[in-house]
Design a protein around this ligand. Structure first.
Ligand code: UN1
Length: 493
């Protein structure tokens, strides 16, 4: 790996800026290479190429477009190991999870290839005789994708594949932390035979490249996953331009454990959701709402399991918890732990930066568990995005539902219980876009809609067939074959 540049109109190109930023392996602190920092002129070139290519692509029947996606799936499968390794090198997640992430992109490619043969519209009876009425999905044109580092290929697949099968072209700004994974994905598109210009990669910062994409009149839709702050800024600007945005901005997800739960199952689910990917998933569990009657037992089980987690370089298959993304993140997580202690939460284990033998330059944080947390605390309200979870004792499902919903976000939630009545009450009353029963808060599958309520998003969904709603417009069509003037709402009274 050396220089990650842009991919515009089928060519790997540098930016007019001539500027690069280093890209680092978070497990070692070593430099992997550097990534170009683009400017508005690069976005301009990308949009021009995309518009040109989209004019032809929109005329290709969706089942034919789907054949390219099918080849994308096969190539991703072939390159799974190499892509997974790049993900682990760039963002640190353990190799098994990195493979899982590539698998998510493969699944999405097969699924959206199938959607190419199901690009359904509606037909409905007209009010008038000898008149045919239907509505069709049509592409929006050029879409702008802004994606995060924590799932550098999966999230890009959730957005780019439905956009393409629906007949759009893509301008993609990946996170600056994961440019080589982005380049690897773009190479798959090219090698799968996607016509030139349909996927363009523009590396750089949100404030320059992202802003230029939002402002560009040639981009019709912005699909964004990332921080709340950036999402709000994008939405504000795009709103004033009457541009559609689809936003996914994180969570503060809770697992509820009731007194009749299988506690070993719950402990395993909590461990995976709280400390998998070092807590750097939007779907990570950072709150545990446990019934007081089983709280001591659950705490013991969790502490035992956490003690067995090994921290280190994600390329080592024995490691469970890799590094966090960078030093700033490490320091932010550490500050939150101090805040939790000041707020009066009690530390059960972890609580600090971890030193890993042989990796002095890595950004490791100990898997950390608080107890005796209360709903109003900052560690219970704010997204930490690290391996930190807090136990909040509750007395009933009703109390758990109230606490579950008492946060700004609404992505994912979970309940462990063997009582079917309480299962359905939780499903009804948890105010989140995703609900799990007897499983942790992470691990969403790609053929269901992904997204959340409240501060998590703005009502749109990634993944699932719902993703097509982001990247298409409805066109209503009336065909009058009566051969005479028929006046709707007048002649049919
Ligand atoms: C994210 O953290 O933004 O549901 C995506 C999950 C994964 C995707 C997470 N399939 O945990």
């Amino acid at each position: 790996m050396d220089r990650a540049v842009n991919y515009i109109n089928g060519e790997w190109v540098a930016s007019a800026s001539g500027r690069y930023l280093p890209n680092t392996n978070p497990a070692t602190g070593e430099r992997l290479g550097e990534v170009v920092q683009s400017v508005a002129a690069d976005v301009e070139l990308a949009v021009r190429a995309a518009s040109e290519a989209q004019r032809k692509w929109r005329l290709v029947p969706a089942p034919k477009r789907a054949e390219v996606l099918y080849r994308v799936a096969l190539l991703l499968q072939e390159r799974k190991e190499a892509l997974a390794k790049t993900i682990t090198l760039e963002m640190g997640k353990v190799i098994e999870e990195a493979r899982g992430e590539v698998q998510e992109a493969i699944d999405m490619a097969y699924y959206m290839a199938g959607e190419g043969r199901r690009m359904f519209g509606d037909t409905v009876q007209s009010e008038l005789p000898d008149k045919f009425a239907m509505s069709l999905r049509v592409p929006v044109g050029v879409v702008g994708l802004i994606t995060p580092w924590n799932f550098p290929i999966a999230i890009a697949s959730w957005k780019s594949l439905p956009a393409l099968v629906a007949g759009n072209a893509v301008v993609w700004k990946p996170a600056s932390e994961t440019p080589f994974t982005a380049a690897g994905f773009v190479r798959v598109y090219a090698d799968a035979g996607l016509p030139i210009g349909l996927v363009n990669l523009v590396n750089g910062s949100g404030s320059t490249v992202g802003a230029a994409m939002v402002d560009h009149p040639g981009i019709s839709v912005i699909s964004f996953t990332g921080s709340n702050e950036a999402g709000r800024a994008i939405n504000g600007r795009a709103g004033s331009l009457l541009k559609r945005t689809s936003l996914e901005m994180g969570g503060k997800n809770a697992i509820t454990v009731l007194e009749d739960a299988d506690l070993d199952l719950a402990a395993d689910g909590i461990l995976w959701s709280a400390f998998g990917t070092s807590g750097q998933r939007c779907t990570a569990c950072s709150r545990i709402l446990v019934h007081r009657d089983v709280r001591d037992r659950l705490e013991r089980k969790l502490v035992e399991r956490i003690a067995r987690l090994s921290i280190g370089n994600g390329l080592d298959p024995e490691v469970h918890v890799g590094p966090v993304i960078n030093r700033a993140s490490l320091e932010r997580i550490d500050r939150y732990v101090r805040i939790g202690l000041e707020e009066g939460a009690k530390l059960l284990c972890g609580g600090g930066i971890a030193n890993v033998d042989g990796l002095p330059g890595g950004y490791f944080f100990q898997p950390t568990l608080f107890t005796d947390a209360r709903p109003g605390m900052r560690i219970v309200q704010e997204e930490i995005f690290g391996p930190v979870a807090a136990i909040i004792p509750v007395g009933s499902l009703e109390e758990a539902i109230e606490a579950n919903n008492d946060v700004e976000f609404g992505l994912s939630s979970s309940v462990y219980t063997s009582d079917v009545n309480r299962v359905f009450r939780a499903i009804r009353d948890f105010d989140t876009g995703i609900v799990y029963v007897n499983a942790g808060t992470s691990g969403a599958e790609i053929h269901l809609p992904f997204g959340g309520t409240k501060g998590t998003g703005n009502g749109h969904r990634d993944s699932g067939v719902a993703a097509l709603d982001v990247f298409t417009e409805w066109k209503s069509v009336y065909v009058d074959y009566s051969g005479k003037l028929q006046r709707a709402q007048i002649d049919n009274n």
